[in-house]
Ligand binder design. Sequence first.
Ligand code: UD1
Length: 423
Amino acid sequence: MDKIVIEGGTPLSGQISISGAKNSALKLMVACLLTDEVLTLTNMPNLRDTRFLGHLLENFGVEVKDGDKKHNGHLSLHAKTLSSTTAPYDLVRKMRASFNVLGPILARAHKAKVSLPGGCAIGARPVDLHLNALKAMGAEIELSEGYVIATAKGGLKGAEITFPFISVGATEHAMLAAVLAKGETVLNNAAREPEIVDLAKCLNAMGAKISGAGRSEITIEGVEKLGGTTYAVVPDRIEAGTYALAAATVGGAVRLVNVRSDHLGSLWPLIAQAGAKVTMDENSVLVERHGTPIHPVDVETQAYPGFPTDLQAQFMAMVCLADGVSIIRENIFENRFMHCPELSRMGANITVTGREAIIRGVPKLKGAQVMATDLRASASLIAAGLAAEGITEVGRVYHLDRGFEQIEVKLGNCGARIKRVSE
Ligand code: UD1
């Protein structure tokens, strides 16, 4: 198994090009199930999760073609016919986003059998909101031996759905199902993340009629048929935020390109508050900190446009080195502080009580052997390692490979002393 070995203490300096968003790409790929024509996605990140979803789609008879590498991440998906309507446990348990195939298969084939996703390290993560939305659209749902067996005789029907709380996955799932339903669907208390807008834009380019994506109320006028299209995946705001925070944590100057700075509106003021300088122009963001101290900053995670839970661990790595006390509150997931003991192994002073972590800044971190516990937590350990004195070894990097494209290459190009080693 690979590990990442870092020799800390060198400021970062250089330019990083941000890849297409993993969380968007996964839902856009699923959209191919809604049409018998070809969906081509460009600006596709090459990640373990996207490759894995490609295999799952092949299981339904989708022809998955990687494009010409020169064109940077083309992926063609052709679900001419669905050869299967079952997503087995082995393929769903590895990645929760696989569960979102249920709605589109049900919408197209009027029946689907999809394994329930397993629990995961950051919390129980149930799918009740997903299932309730499909039921509201007329699906009959039976749970049997760990599978969801759904049928919709005569197809799904439009419905008014009010989510009891905001869920990105359930909002996307309901949209994916409603585009081929008969009549109008209204989603109230919908998630507003840029990935929702991206999915709506792609579906509309395929012939769907969705309005309001990016707002709390989304309206979907069902259509009979969707067609193919070519669509570019939105830049990854979480990857961009991760490198911005790494620059603030380690020090130096990093310019992010191919970035949508407007998708990180909650992050920039907090990075500035911590003492880094953020300069934006139309196509790039420059994050700099040259020898000035990091100041403590309190933050709590919220649904978009609030501060993203997917940047919480990386933010914590930064304030571990602040000249004071910061409080971080995690509101989205109940168990998303597993990086704390790992950061503590590097000398951080963190106390977790329930959903809050109190971080008493220390003047320096020290290299240590640590273990990646989930995707975003892995990135926080890498930033901490780059800022620390001495050598840090991050194990279990398969988490990292799920969602960060060539992280060691991108950071290496900025002068980081970082390498991947096979054990
Ligand atoms: C997506 C992102 C993930 C991000 C999260 C929140 C993908 C592939 N993943 O995950 O990176 O951290 O949004 O921004 O896009 N919940 C329920 N019942 C449900 C659905 C959700 O109780 O049916 C709960 C979850 O357990 C969680 C909260 O709602 O506590 C929010 O989860 P949700 O927004 O659905 O996250 P995901 O879509 O799984």
